[in-house]
Design a binder for this molecule. Sequence first.
Ligand SMILES: [Ca+2]
Length: 499
Amino acid sequence: MLRYLPLLLLAWAPSRPASAAGERPNILFVFSDDHAAQAIGAYGSRINQTPHIDRLAAEGMRFANCFCGNSICAPSRATVLTGQHSHRNGVVDNGAVFDGSQTTFPKLLRSAGYQTALIGKWHLKSDPTGFDHWEVLIGQGPYYNPPMLTAQGRRRHHGYTTEIITDLALEWLREERDPERPFLLMYQHKAPHREWEPGPRQLSLYDDVEIPEPATLFDDYGGRAAGARSQEMTLERHLSPRDLKLVPPPGLDEAQLALWNAAYGPKNAAFEAANLEGEALVRWRYQRYLKDYLRCVASVDENLGRVLDYLAENGLEENTIVVYSSDQGFYLGEHGWYDKRWMYEESLRMPLIVRWPRAVRPGSVEERLVSNIDFAPTFLEAAGVPVPEAMQGASLLGLLRGEQPRDWRESVYYHYYEFPGVHAVQRHYGVRDERYKLIHYYQLDEWELFDLERDPSELASVHADPAYAKVRERLEAELVRLGELYGETPPPRGGARSR
Ligand SMILES: [Ca+2]
C-alpha cells in the first residue's frame, strides 16, 4: 500500500507549516459535471489532453481511487456539502429537493470567518445556503445564453456557459473578494454533462482525428446480472438527434447558429450520405459523442487555466487549496454506454486532484480508497474548523501531507436509488475494496462479484464461482458492517423499496 519511500517523505519539506495561525488557506473547489477520469491526461487518458488539470496534478496530489457513494448529479453534490451519504442528507436521487437547513461545510466555514461564494451549477432545487454570494444555473442550465439565479433574482447572460461561469468566478475574485479574509469559492461547471454541446472555440476540435474505441464498445452483457441488459443508455439505441448534433441546440442567436451550422452542417451532410448501419453506425455515434464530450472538456480545461493564471498573478497560489473533481464518472463508450449510475468502475470513480503548495508534495499519487463523503471534513480540518460528528467521511489532510495512517478505511459503500427512472438502471448497493466488488440488485435479488485485478472491465461476475466463496462471505459481512456504520437499514429484497 505504501506509495512512496519514507525517505522521499522526509525529503519533502513544505515551504511553511500548513495552517499556520492567521494564515488559513483559501479553498478553490473546481467541480465539473460528469467528467470521467478516463478523459483526464493525469489519469492516463488515451483520448484527449487536459494540460491545466494535469498541471494541478503535477504540482499537487492525484487520488487514484476516489469513489462516489451514489453515481448521479444531485446526490453527489449533496454528499459533498454535508459529508454524508444520500440516505442521511435526503438527496437519494435527482428528484429530491436538498434541505438547505442542514449543516454544510460552506456554512461552517462562513461562521468561522471565511468569505464564501458559489458560481455555476448547483442542481439541488432549493436556494443555496451558506454563501455570501451565489449565482447559479437553473436546474441543469443550457450550454448557451444561460439565465442564472442570484439572491436578488434572475440574470440573463449571453455566450457559452463554461466561459460565463469562469468570467463570473474571476469577477468575484477581482471585485468582491475581501483580501483580509480567507475565501471558499465553489466554481462549478455544467460541462461536460449531456447534451455535450461544444463552445464556439471548440466546434471543430478533433474533426481530423479518430478517437480510440474502448475494448468493450460492443459488449454483449453476458456474465452479469439482468440489469446490465435492460438498461437504456446505449450508444446504439438511446441517443437523441440533439445528443448527436443532428439538430442545433435551442436558444442560439443568429451569429451562434451560423457558427454552429458552419461546423456541423458539412459533417451531418457527410453522415447522411454515408447511410451507415449496424456496427458502422455505432462507431460513427461513438466518434460523434466522444468528440463533443471532449470538446466540452477542452473548454473546462482551458477556462480553468484562466483561473489558475489569476491565482498565480495575484499571489494566491501558495496558500490556496485548489481541488479539481467531478460529481461522478461517466461511460465514454465502455460497455457500449454513455451516462453513469452504475457501481461499475467508470461511473463509480471520481477524479480528485488537490494542489496546495504549503502542504502537498508535487506530483504525488495517493492510492487509498477515498470518497466524496471525505471532501467536507477535509475542507473543515484545513480551515481549523471542528468536523461535526454527523459527517460520515474522514479528512484527507493527513494523506495530503504525505502521512501514512495505519487505520485508513479498507472499503467504500455504494447505493444507487433512482429506479424506475431515466436510463432504467436497477437499484443496487454494494461494497468495493482494494481488489473486489460486491453488488446486490436487491429488487431483482441478483448479485455480482468482480475480481478487479483479473477482470478490470467487470465482464464476468464470479459470484457463483466456488473459488471465490470466502471472498464473497467476507464482502457480504463487510456490506452489513458498512450499512451499520453509516446507519442505513438494508434494503428489502424484491418489490419497491419504501423510503
Ligand atoms: Ca453529474
